[in-house]
Design a protein around this ligand. Sequence first.
Ligand SMILES: C[S@@+](CC[C@H](N)C(=O)[O-])C[C@H]1O[C@@H](n2cnc3c(N)ncnc32)[C@H](O)[C@@H]1O
Length: 248
Amino acid sequence: MADRPVPEHVGSSPCLTRAQARAFYDRFGSKQDGQAFYEDAAVQDLLAHAEFEKANAVFEFGCGTGRFAETLLTHHLPAAARYVGRDVSTTMVDLTRQRLARFADRADVRLTDGAPRIEAPDAALDRFVSNYVLDLLTAGDIADVLSEARRVLTAEGRLCVVSLTHGSTPASRLVSWLWARVHRLRPQLVGGCRPLALLPFLSQDGWRTIHHNVIVAYGIPSEIVVAETRAMPRWNSGTGCAPAQSAA
Ligand SMILES: C[S@@+](CC[C@H](N)C(=O)[O-])C[C@H]1O[C@@H](n2cnc3c(N)ncnc32)[C@H](O)[C@@H]1O
């Protein structure tokens, strides 16, 4: 896909292949909801800043068991808003469909091959969500997912992402250091997820961050980002050149 430099900070730790991620989450299934003990505080922070109440069409990349989708559809989205969920795991897609059965007329949940490609027209969605999924992907795939998010979001649309991140306190620094070491040795032991920093990915691709936070729960740090698409300055479209200075 896009041929662009990606941030170096994600390190050289090997990621699960898409087939390995599918196999892991097919087995893991509903046990994913057991991660709520450290995920929920970060997800609540996202909900508080993403204005889902104003959304018409939400896309979720890596919907897992459908827990977040159910929360959105039950408590946050307007009654007519549509939800689109995609996941690489058959088990997860089945769990989400079961969970959202009562919203079947508004929810479209399908299996993907895991490629960072979003099957939606340009500017068709107003929220793009991905919780604890980017931290599984290679740096190239993260950059491609964000580029696709930018393409499918409307001008007022919002990117809403949560991921594992690096620690900000002595205890959480130790936890994230240990987590990263386990990931480097046996990524399957931590579901393929490793701590990373999201902001460097956003700074290079035309985003304006409207909310950024790091929340530590039980020693595990999560990064929350809500961002809007930012129109590239006209002088920067195509040429990469700054406008000529006018003579004084
Ligand atoms: C750690 S779980 C998070 C699930 C859910 N978003 C949550 O917050 O509970 C990661 C999810 O991403 C899915 N996943 C992993 N790689 C993916 C990819 N390349 N494309 C789509 N989904 C992917 C997994 O199957 C799994 O459901």
